[in-house]
Design a protein around this ligand. Structure first.
Ligand SMILES: Cc1cc2nc3c(=O)[nH]c(=O)nc-3n(C[C@H](O)[C@H](O)[C@H](O)COP(=O)(O)O)c2cc1C
Length: 192
C-alpha cells in the first residue's frame, strides 16, 4: 500500500544533500525565517526552548570572520597574511550563515545533553526545510564552534554551545549522495 505522506517525507530526507556550492545572492528574510521556524519544531523535553540563532548576512559575515581571524591569530601568531585571508574568506562561502546555538537552560548534565540534542534535531529540521524550499544548505562546525572570540561574537555565555553554522544560499551544484549503511547492517531486531 502506498502512503504519499510517508513517501514525501522519505524523499525529502533522502534527497537532501549538504550543499557547499551556493550563489552569493541574498535570500528573502521570510524564507530564512521559515527555516528557523522549522528548527523550533524539534522535539524538546520539558519544552525548555534551548534555542538561539544568529543570522549573519552581508557585511555581518565579515564581522564573524574577524572574530574567527582573531582566534586564528591568537593560536598561530605567525600565520601568513595569505593564510589569514583564506580564513577570513570562509564566511563568504554563502550569502547567509545561520548560527545555531544551544542556549543552556539547566545545570543538570542530563538536561543539558537533552537540550543540545534538541538543537541538533532543530538543525536537521532546518536543513530539511531548506531543501524543501529549493535552497542549498550545509551544517558546518570544526574549531570555529569553540573559539572564544567567535562564541563571544554570537553572544554565547560560558554554558552555551554553538551546535552548528548552517550556510544557506541558492544552490549552484548539488553533490551526489554519499552512501548510507543498510538498515539491517546497523539494527538488531529483538523480538523475544
Ligand atoms: C555535526 C555536523 C558537523 C558537520 N561539519 C561539517 C563541516 O565542518 N564541514 C563540512 O564540509 N561538512 C560538515 N558537515 C556535513 C557532513 O559532511 C555531511 O552531512 C556528510 O558529508 C553527509 O552528506 P549529506 O549531508 O549530503 O548526506 C557536518 C555535519 C554534521 C552533522
Amino acid at each position: 500500500m502506498t502512503n504519499p505522506a510517508l513517501d514525501a517525507v522519505q524523499e525529502c530526507i533522502s534527497q537532501r544533500r549538504s550543499v557547499e556550492a551556493v550563489r552569493d545572492t541574498p535570500i528573502d528574510r521570510g524564507r530564512l525565517h521559515a527555516l528557523i521556524a522549522a528548527a523550533l519544531w524539534a522535539p524538546n523535553h520539558k519544552l525548555s526552548l534551548p534555542f538561539a540563532f544568529v543570522v549573519a548576512s552581508g557585511a555581518a559575515r565579515d564581522a564573524l570572520a574577524d572574530a574567527h581571524a582573531q582566534a586564528r591569530r591568537r593560536v598561530a601568531p605567525g600565520m601568513s597574511d595569505e593564510a589569514m585571508r583564506a580564513q577570513r574568506a570562509l564566511t563568504r562561502r554563502a550569502p547567509h550563515i545561520i548560527v545555531c546555538i544551544h542556549r543552556a537552560t539547566d545545570d543538570d548534565p542530563v538536561r543539558r545533553r537533552e537540550d543540545r540534542d534538541t538543537v541538533a534535531a532543530g538543525v536537521q529540521n532546518l536543513l530539511l526545510a531548506a531543501h524543501a524550499d529549493g535552497l542549498g544548505a550545509i551544517w558546518r562546525t570544526g574549531a570555529f564552534v569553540d573559539e572564544p572570540e567567535v562564541r563571544a561574537h554570537v553572544g554565547c555565555r560560558d554554558e552555551d554551545e554553538i551546535v552548528g553554522f548552517v550556510y544557506v544560499g541558492e544552490p549552484e551544484s548539488v553533490p551526489p549522495a554519499p552512501p548510507r549503511p543498510a538498515v539491517d547492517d546497523v539494527t538488531q531486531w529483538r523480538d523475544a
